[in-house]
Write a protein that binds this ligand. Structure first.
Ligand SMILES: Cc1cc2nc3c(=O)[nH]c(=O)nc-3n(C[C@H](O)[C@H](O)[C@H](O)COP(=O)(O)O)c2cc1C
Length: 478
């Protein structure tokens, strides 16, 4: 196989045929190829630890489940001191790993590069690797379980990633979680990037989703039943739209979104035809310009393992317009720049029929969300990769809102507040406990204190409702 083919054919495979062993000879060819990768000062301080012992594999699986995925596991280690300037050691190891993956592809083997290997020190200990070495990654090798490789996740276009002489800003995203630091285009671009990873990274906690869907069901007053037209506002990655479409299986869903890709992705998660309301209305033509002309044949890539690959040109969507019988907007207001919030609410108002209910869920600023959020940022989990997801446990261009300010906003848009549900006055201790107990250092100490405090407050849960983390406003368009 020519190197160009190997580059294009290589895929991260996550389902291996466990019954098919890889001949040792092929594994050695892969490791042999890695020796020829470039390394800083040609130091070649890489070593490859092949794991064969079943008991060792079991103990390693406590750190990373990935060792159970493929028949062949190779841990790549590199000297942490030599050639550390400019991360030359990590770069050298990466060159070796990439060479392994390409060689594996050329031999008809499937591979996966895994950096999520758990506690690096523990893995180092288990493998008997000296302290002056880092265990950087795990390379899984084997034969793919599926005869067809998974479809390629979408890549950023060449024109966007190439700069001549000077770096031209454009494809970059803000680093701040403050929604006011983001434009709507940047939020759309960010979501598109997230969607390119498929559904794998967009799973919400089932307890959380079912509590929210329960409150939404009450708020919609039966207006999401048979044949009713329901508008889900800014579904993002579609986690909630998927849950709502299951809960209200006989309703007809539409989504209001700012990009055609997001509509397409959320719609496909619902497993049915979901009409599209491009937002903001003024950008409708520009948003639709990315879709194929009506009637054009668009090939939609296969779905595999929860991964949906969007065609570069999207199929022309079924467009929708009000009046809708009901609407939902779940944890999206707080991911929008504040100046756009009144506009969004006014546009939703305009899409609804008279008397239509609107369920608006948001994270309350007057809750334990703020300390939990601050703690998480302190602990370094402040990367935008955690956002903007519908799960307010995860942070990013996302801010908890003051309940009073939200009430004022919805009233200003013309809505009447019929009722309000308060969810999670206290954190879900049972869900947090295993994670906290598995943590180390300061996270463990602070986390344990958090658990003790939450348990002590449990008898007073009802009194703490005004400080609940999640609010669902039951609104109606008069
Ligand atoms: C440094 C690095 C670390 C990665 N770590 C993981 C991982 O821990 N788990 C995983 O499933 N995939 C991991 N991947 C695979 C990426 O998710 C994958 O390369 C990306 O989604 C693009 O898909 P493709 O490799 O099929 O082109 C990693 C890739 C790289 C380069």
């Amino acid at each position: 196989m020519d190197v160009g083919d190997a580059i294009l054919r290589r895929r991260s495979v996550r389902r291996f045929d466990r019954s098919r062993d890889v001949p040792r000879e092929l594994v050695m060819q892969v490791l042999d190829a890695a020796r020829f990768a470039p390394s800083s000062c040609n130091l070649q301080t890489w070593d490859f630890v092949l794991v064969e012992d079943a008991d060792l594999k079991r103990r390693l699986s406590e750190q990373t489940k990935s060792v159970l995925v493929a028949p062949v596991n190779v841990f790549v280690v590199y000297d942490r001191e030599l050639a550390k300037e400019g991360l030359a050691n990590v770069q050298s190891a990466s060159a070796a790993i990439m060479t392994m993956l390409l060689k594996a592809t050329s031999l008809g083997l499937a591979s996966l590069w895994v950096n999520a290997i758990g506690d690096h020190d523990r893995v180092r200990e288990l493998l008997g690797v000296p302290a002056e070495y880092d265990v950087l990654a795990l390379v899984c090798l084997g034969y793919a379980a599926d005869p067809e490789p998974p479809p390629a996740p979408e890549r950023r276009p060449l024109s966007e990633v190439t700069h001549v002489d000077r770096f031209v800003s454009g494809g970059q995203l803000p680093r701040s979680p403050d929604p006011d630091a983001w434009t709507l285009d940047q939020i759309g671009l960010y979501l598109k990037r997230k969607l390119q990873s498929g559904t794998r990274f967009n799973k919400a906690d089932p307890t959380f989703v079912s509590a929210v869907v329960g409150a939404v069901t009450t708020a919609l007053h039966g207006e999401a039943g048979d044949g009713k037209r329901v508008l889900d506002v800014l579904p993002g990655t579609g986690v909630f739209t998927e849950a709502l479409a299951k809960a209200f299986a006989s309703a007809q869903f539409s989504v209001l979104e700012s990009t055609a890709e997001n509509h397409f992705f959320a719609g496909r998660r619902c497993g049915g035809r979901v009409a599209f309301v491009p937002w903001p209305p003024a950008a409708r033509d520009a948003i639709l310009a990315r879709c194929a002309p009506r009637g054009a044949k668009v090939q939609i890539a296969r779905e595999s393992g929860g991964l949906v690959v969007m065609p570069r040109i999207l199929p022309f969507p079924d467009l929708a317009d009000g009046p809708f019988d009901a609407a939902t907007c779940l944890f999206r207001l707080e991911a929008l720049p504040s100046a756009l919030r009144p506009r969004l609410l006014a546009d939703v108002f305009a899409q609804l029929g008279v008397g239509a209910p609107f369920a608006l869920a948001f994270t309350s600023r007057r809750s334990w969300h703020a300390p939990a959020y601050a703690l998480r940022r302190r602990l370094g989990r402040d990367s935008v990769e955690y956002a903007p997801t519908p799960d307010p446990n995860l942070i990013g261009p996302y801010e908890a809102l003051s309940p009073g300010a939200v009430r004022a906003l919805v009233r200003a848009a013309g809505f009447t507040i019929r009722a309000e549900t308060a969810l999670f006055p206290l954190p879900d201790v049972e869900r947090l406990r295993p994670r906290i107990l598995a943590a180390k250092g300061a996270v463990r100490v602070l986390g344990r204190a958090f658990l003790v405090l939450a348990a002590a407050l449990r008898p007073f849960e009802a009194l703490l409702r005004p400080f609940a983390r999640i609010r669902v406003l039951h609104l109606v368009r008069p």
